[in-house]
Design a protein around this ligand. Structure first.
Ligand SMILES: C[S@@+](CC[C@H](N)C(=O)[O-])C[C@H]1O[C@@H](n2cnc3c(N)ncnc32)[C@H](O)[C@@H]1O
Length: 265
């Protein structure tokens, strides 16, 4: 079971450093928004959606784009720290409704939403089907759910580098493509788009790799044993990672992302 309080705390602590480190998140959200129907943004300034949710809004980076096509914006996040940061730092012409809530139990009325967008948040839920069923409940007929999430194969360089060091869990488990497709089926929503793509980030040192995860608050590992990592284990992990340097002299860190556009009939 995912410790939601621990996840919220981790993201809350990272709120102030998040934007500086969220390079993958911006690549992912730029790509994700391209899957919105072309008709979503109209040149005559008419808002196509009356009510849009940014689920797991984090520091609020998607809100300006969503505000362009939505009359009412609702920004939901599990982490109060992230929500407070987003509230204090956004420059939106009109304020969204800020909701501290869990994707698995949305504090929203049934059939009240036209569009729900969620970028790289749902991998923090116990079971992808649960938030998708919740979103389906909240969508109006014809409503859209657009999300990205991590797929197994993400952060493999970390898994690989720890594998010979100890038997502890150092990296969260991500769903396989098959498991994601099974969750989509359970949600009852129809699938307009399902695409998987790998994005590899590059870093100068193992320290930078680890900072990139800590900086966005993604360093919480579910069900990790309380046993602290020793200096020797850390050295062995770093030595293993060093063997992965590419011909540019950089260390890779791969993310496998699924991009999905779902529709409620
Ligand atoms: C990697 S950040 C992505 C933030 C933002 N969507 C972006 O693109 O920058 C993940 C966010 O999801 C939130 N989150 C994690 N689990 C959640 C849940 N069960 N319900 C709602 N938000 C959640 C975290 O607090 C965090 O702000």
């Amino acid at each position: 079971m995912i410790d939601k309080n621990a996840v919220a705390r981790c993201f809350g602590k990272a709120a102030a450093s998040y934007d500086q480190h969220a390079i993958l998140q911006r690549l992912s959200s730029d790509k994700l928004l391209r899957y919105l129907p072309k008709s979503s943004v109209r040149s005559d300034d008419v808002k196509v959606y009356s009510s849009t949710v940014d689920l797991g809004c984090g520091s609020g980076a998607l809100l300006p784009a969503l505000a362009n096509c939505s009359e009412t914006l609702i920004a939901v996040d599990l982490s109060m720290g992230m929500l407070s940061y987003a509230k204090a730092h956004n420059q939106l012409p009109s304020q969204p409704l800020w909701l501290n809530g869990d994707a698995e139990a949305l504090p929203l009325q049934s059939s009240s939403i036209d569009l729900c967008v969620s970028n790289l948040a749902l991998q923090w839920c116990d079971d992808l089907a649960t938030p998708l069923i919740e979103v389906s409940r909240c969508l109006k007929p014809g409503g859209l759910m657009l999300f990205s999430t991590l797929v197994s194969g993400s952060l493999d360089e970390l898994t690989q580098s720890w594998s010979t060091v100890d038997s502890q869990r150092h990296v969260n488990r991500f769903l396989s493509e098959g498991e994601i497709k099974a969750a989509l089926l359970k949600s009852g929503l129809s699938v307009d788009t399902f695409e998987v793509a790998v994005t590899t980030m590059h870093y100068a040192s193992v320290k930078e790799v680890m900072l990139s995860l800590k900086g966005i608050g993604a360093n919480h590992v579910h069900d990790k044993e309380a046993k602290p990592t020793t200096q020797g284990e850390l050295r062995a992990f770093k030595a293993n990672y060093e063997t992965l340097r590419d011909n540019q002299g950089l260390l890779p860190l791969s993310y496998k992302l699924a991009y999905c556009l779902l529709r409620k009939h």
